[in-house]
Design a protein around this ligand. Structure first.
Ligand code: GLA
Length: 667
């Protein structure tokens, strides 16, 4: 029999397969992922769905499937190895120290601990019976939020180095019949556009090879809906994200039995990783939540988890701000900025945020083609330095924040002249620029020190600096690291070591400056994942601030992120009245990027009142439960509601796409 059946008539199926040996339920309050070893000690994922009343019931689950002979059982493998009898997409592929490319993984042991009342951590050990290579699978659960974080650790106990050709974070298996995948693709100014498709036999891959701003063209966020297209309030859905800030690859494989295999991890493209003897490689995490009541509940679960456990200061406060980017671009000086600081106060925002253009002397940053990397105040524009502005802001009664882009360099800069070796580029080939700039080699510890120094220097010189906007505007072209080559390390480590270097810098920054809010920006929405959000309080979803388009974009981001993390600025994009623009931005963390002096008196008065109103309901927007009431994709209007945890307050936003919004504050 060539087909693999679900249990529709269990009595027919009783005698079919092996005696189950070990059953490992990974349970949250409502859901369970269940692993089970077979008679040959291979570990399978045998269940993903509603938690059963008694965990003993899971043992029988495998007997409700009918496995044909041959190698089909390998499809449900909990971490599929390559090079032996598996012919499906592998989770792991290695070349052993003796050059042998085969891997087999068998169950060895497992344990579950309870780090705190709301979580469990299950670790499963797998080992190759022939080679000394082990894999540990980790499943961390947050019970109340129904969230699972899953990652793997590969340990080389052979005598020599092992090359990891592929090293996924997670390998999931779902034996339903029909699957719908929603992925979120885009481009600059059109980030996070959803596409839903019915998965067909074969592999649907979502990936990035951009290196730095990895989410620009597509994101590692996805929705799998079981049996029907995703609904907001009904049906079983899984919402997930690979929390990795570099190249990622998500494979959704419908195998020949029409079951779904999901393999998610670092993109193996140009990234074979040589693991020395005695060393382990920890993969990034796949984070997912399951809901039996549609995407609405799933998003609320993920948003709650993010606020409570993941995002830096997720339960805290945020600063409203006036940003000068679209008001001045690079054209400003101390006098103009002092005026904008006064405008910030006049508007009633908490902070003035100074954007790009404040640095560089030999090559002044008067445009985006020079100065990046030279983080000294431009003496013409700011003769008294940043300190003067921080002080001026304090005297005016507002806080002061600043823009940096410390991972990047313009070829027209002193940094480039002094340290060409720090730059990622092919030494023998013409340089290729993205926004006139190149990326610094964060695999190099000296570059890590430099980037740390940029941030630390700003805080040390200006202890009252209240905010950092950390930008990242270039992708990696001509991937090549002088440092890796000098240290006789393979170039194929670059994409991985770059991201690890970035995390190492952020660890150091947060060890020394744990609280200061930082915004993650990437020329719009090129970055924003749950690994970086351990260090950042918020992110910039898109340079597109046209309010109608923002309604759609913010809607899409809200599947995965709580509104407290989503920075939304009122700008001059769009022709809508000021109220419409302010209302749309008030659905996230509110800011302004406008010329205050250009506002009509009535508009200024409106903004001042709007900021006062916002301070009354912002806690509900930031920390409340979000309900997506009417989708802009299905209606000529959109409606969202935020309800405080104690259900005492709610804020509802409703918009006609081409008319003024109706805004209601219910108290
Ligand atoms: C990127 C950001 C903008 C602004 C500019 C400055 O494009 O997305 O908000 O900071 O850089 O160069």
């Amino acid at each position: 029999m060539n087909t693999f059946y679900r249990a529709v008539a269990p009595f027919v199926l009783l005698s079919i397969r092996c005696v189950a040996q070990i059953t490992i339920p990974v349970e949250t309050t409502d859901f369970a992922v269940v692993l089970q070893s077979d008679k040959d000690n291979y570990l399978h994922m045998v269940y993903c769905g509603k938690k059963l009343n008694q965990s003993v019931d899971y043992k029988d689950i495998i007997s409700t499937y009918r496995f044909p002979s041959g190698n089909s059982g390998v499809y449900s493998n909990a971490y599929t190895p390559a090079g032996t009898w598996n012919l499906a997409e592998p989770a792991i592929q290695v070349t052993h120290s003796d050059g042998n490319p085969s891997l087999d993984l068998k169950y060895v042991s497992h344990q579950t601990v309870k780090p705190d009342a709301n979580s469990t951590l299950t670790t499963v050990q797998l080992a190759d019976p022939v080679y000394k290579l082990n894999v540990s699978l980790f499943y961390k659960t947050w019970q109340l939020e129904n969230v699972i974080e899953q990652w793997s650790e590969i340990t080389n106990q052979e005598k020599g180095p092992v090359v990891l050709q592929k090293y996924a974070s997670a390998n999931l298996f779902f034996p339903n019949n029909t699957f719908y995948l929603t992925s979120f693709q885009g481009q600059y100014l059109k980030e996070m556009q959803p596409t839903e498709e019915k998965l067909q036999q074969g592999i649907r891959t979502i990936d990035s090879k951009l290196g730095t701003r990895a989410m620009l063209l597509g994101t590692p966020n996805f929705i799998v809906s079981f049996d029907q297209p995703a609904q907001e309030n009904s049906g079983t859905v899984l919402l997930g994200q690979l929390a990795w800030s570099g190249n990622y690859k998500l494979d959704f494989e419908i195998d020949s039995y029409k079951t779904l295999r999901l393999i998610a991890g670092i993109n193996p493209y140009a990234s074979a990783y040589t693991l020395p003897a005695g060393k382990s490689f920890r993969t990034p995490s796949l984070i997912y939540t399951i809901s039996g009541n549609g995407t609405g509940q799933a998003s609320r679960q993920l948003q709650r988890w993010a606020r409570n456990y993941r995002v830096l200061d997720g339960k805290g406060d945020r600063l409203t701000l006036l940003n000068n980017w679209e008001a001045t671009y690079f054209d400003f000086d101390e006098t103009k900025l002092s005026g904008l600081i006064t405008d910030t106060k006049k508007l009633g925002a908490d902070m003035f945020l100074l954007d790009d253009g404040w640095f560089g002397n030999k090559y002044p940053r008067n445009n985006d083609d020079a100065g990046l990397g030279d983080w000294q105040e431009n003496v013409k524009k700011l003769p008294h330095g940043i300190g003067y502005l921080v002080k001026a802001a304090k005297e005016t009664g507002v806080k002061f924040g600043i823009w940096i882009e410390p991972e990047m360099v313009n070829p027209k800069s002193e940094l480039y002249e002094k340290h060409p070796d720090w730059v990622i580029r092919q030494p023998e080939r013409p340089e290729k620029y993205y926004r006139n700039q190149l990326v610094l080699d964060l695999a190099n510890p000296q570059v890590q020190d430099f980037v740390f120094g940029v941030v630390d220097g700003l805080f040390t010189k200006n202890p009252e600096l209240a905010f950092i906007k950390w930008d990242c505007n270039a992708v990696i072209y001509n991937a090549y690291s002088v440092w890796l080559s000098k240290n006789k390390l393979p170039q194929t480590h670059l994409y991985v070591e770059y991201v690890r270097g970035l995390y190492a810098v952020l660890e150091r920054i947060r060890a020394k400056h744990p609280k200061v809010p930082m915004m993650l920006c990437s020329g719009g929405g090129g970055r924003g994942d749950y690994e970086l959000l351990k260090y950042f309080t918020e992110f910039w979803p898109s340079d597109d601030t046209e309010p109608i388009e923002r309604i759609f974009q913010q809607w899409n981001y809200s599947y995965f992120f709580p509104s407290i993390t989503t920075d939304c600025h009122v700008t001059d994009w769009g022709k809508q009245p000021i109220k419409f623009r302010v209302d749309v931005a008030s659905m996230g963390k509110l800011g302004f990027d406008i010329v205050v002096n250009h506002l009509k008196p009535t508009e200024l008065e409106f903004c001042q009142q709007a900021l006062k109103n916002y301070s009354e309901f912002k806690t509900t927007v930031w920390h409340g439960e979000q309900y997506r009431l009417a989708s802009p994709y299905e209606n000529p209007f959109a409606s969202l509601m935020y309800v405080s945890a104690n259900k005492a307050n709610a804020v509802m936003f409703s918009y006609f796409h081409s008319s003024s919004p109706i805004f209601t504050l219910i108290k």
